[in-house]
Design a protein around this ligand. Structure first.
Ligand code: ZN
Length: 155
């Protein structure tokens, strides 16, 4: 029986060793990648080896098609693409050209919503997954106010 652990948006998981009950806080971002559920092997300091299933807490994802400009300061890139889905926790961007990016890079995002006011949004994100032209990013916070918050919740 594999225990399922819900992973919060900050990608921290509390994993309890079934043998000695030691709780370890672990950053599991690199396991999660693009998948929302993954089974991992853990090795406790007591020597016990066990498996747990990680499951990302799901936020409602909205499929969208919004032009976006991504600035990657670390590389001096200014990339254009399309936001293909959007949620409280982050978004997915399909870039128009493939460039070398790395997980963990900070990205400055600027995009326009297709709401009534064509609201212009600027946000920071961190790259959590890369698959060819598709880049998954997480926002710094999952609390969005103003136009973006309204859009995610009600649009
Ligand atoms: Zn243990």
């Amino acid at each position: 029986m594999t225990e399922t652990i819900l992973v919060k948006e900050d990608f921290l998981a509390f994993i309890t060793c079934p043998s000695c009950c030691l709780v370890k806080e672990q950053d599991v971002a690199h396991f999660m990648g693009v998948k929302s559920r993954v089974r991992i092997r853990c090795r406790c300091s007591c020597g016990h080896i066990f498996h747990v299933q990680l499951e990302r807490r799901q936020f409602a994802r909205k499929e969208v098609s919004l032009p976006v400009v991504c600035k990657v300061k670390a590389r001096g890139y200014k990339l254009s693409g399309t936001v293909t889905d959007l949620s409280q926790s982050g978004l997915r961007v399909r870039l128009t050209t493939a460039v070398p990016l790395e997980v963990g890079m900070r990205v400055d995002l600027a995009f326009q919503l297709d709401d009534r006011d064509q609201s212009f949004i600027e946000k920071f994100g961190t790259i959590r997954s890369i698959s060819e032209l598709e880049v998954g990013l997480v926002f710094d916070t999952t609390q969005h106010y103003g136009k973006l918050g309204l859009y995610i919740e009600f649009h």
